[in-house]
Design a protein around this ligand. Structure first.
Ligand SMILES: Cc1cc2nc3c(=O)[nH]c(=O)nc-3n(C[C@H](O)[C@H](O)[C@H](O)COP(=O)(O)OP(=O)(O)OC[C@H]3O[C@@H](n4cnc5c(N)ncnc54)[C@H](O)[C@@H]3O)c2cc1C
Ligand code: FES
Length: 268
């Protein structure tokens, strides 16, 4: 990709794109990099931005850092995220947003359950939450754990890895279930693979604990126009990405169905 390719602004107010420069890149794991921009961004934890990678694609990303030092944490998965990972300090990208509904503060004692890159939108929330906080940080293995040091200083950290290379051996949901047997919480905040969040919803419904989850769906416009991100008639980009357990428990597509790039309903 060419550095500083020609770029243009789109005149619609909701679609206005800021052209930013990458000022710092932090290599978090072999699959994750955090990119900081030369732009202050005020947002609620859980809100997302549309990132335009010149000549490649425009993709949704949660803000893992908010305020003076705004940033996103990108997992290398396919073409667009691969292109992001190839970028260097000084490169320019387009940013639209922040968009959507973020997490709402609730209660005095919270359990945060993160699977893999799902910790990205939860990190600013963990920092902002004023009550007692426990975090279950799950990953496939020790090397893929994100933000361990940052969380350790501000919350009670519980680690799970699928292969047992660090902390509890097993899924984040199994560890969360064990913790919820010993301690009671006012609220559970979660983000990660949808199967994991569905398990957390079932657990929270059983225990009568409120839950908020950040969902992912295929996004094009990011502002409620194209309907590519719909789940049971709700638009994840506008009505979400954060939904509460009351709504999620009434969505029969949650944890079961999503729409692909062509808008076709496919099994999760
Ligand atoms: C609200 C929201 C917040 C997100 N936050 C983060 C984050 O903080 N960090 C992170 O690493 N990833 C995040 N993602 C996921 C990220 O958008 C996808 O991983 C990325 O778009 C993949 O693009 P690709 O070209 O590299 O991969 P592809 O090979 O094109 O796709 C890989 C996977 O990503 C999905 N995907 C591709 N394009 C989009 C799109 N436009 N919208 C939604 N999903 C897409 C595909 O359905 C597929 O499952 C978020 C997604 C949403 C909806
Ligand atoms: S991405 Fe277009 S309506 Fe949600």
């Amino acid at each position: 990709m060419k550095k500083n390719q020609a770029i243009f602004n789109i005149p619609h107010p909701f679609l206005f794109m800021h052209i930013c420069r990458i000022i710092e890149i932090k290599e978090e794991t072999s699959l994750h990099k955090t990119f900081f921009f030369d732009m202050k961004m005020e947002a609620e934890p859980g809100q997302f931005v549309m990132i335009w990678i010149p000549g490649v694609d425009e993709i949704p990303m949660s803000l893992s850092y908010i305020g003076e030092r705004a940033g996103i944490t990108v997992e290398r998965i396919g073409e667009a995220t691969e292109a992001m990972h190839e970028m260097e300090k000084g490169y320019k990208i387009g940013i639209r947003g922040p968009y959507g509904k973020g997490f709402e503060m609730s209660g005095k004692k919270a359990l945060f359950v993160a699977g893999g890159t799902g910790i990205a939108p939860l990190l600013p929330l963990i920092k902002k939450y004023g009550g007692e906080k426990h975090v279950v940080l799950g990953a496939r293995n020790k090397e893929l754990l994100l933000f361990e040091d940052e969380i350790e200083g501000i919350a009670i950290l519980h680690i799970s890895t699928d292969d047992g290379s660090a902390g509890y051996k097993g899924f984040a949901t199994d560890l969360a279930e064990k913790i919820m047997k010993k301690e009671s919480f006012d609220i559970v905040y979660t983000c990660g693979p949808e199967i994991m969040m569905k398990k957390m919803l079932d657990l929270c419904m059983e225990k009568g604990v409120e839950m908020q989850a950040s969902l992912e769906r295929y996004m094009k416009c990011g502002v409620g126009i194209c309907d590519s991100c719909s789940i049971n008639g709700y638009r994840v980009c506008k009505d979400g990405p954060v939904f509460n357990s009351n709504l999620l428990s009434r969505m029969d597509e949650f944890g079961r169905w999503k729409r692909n790039e062509a808008g076709r309903k496919v099994r999760i």
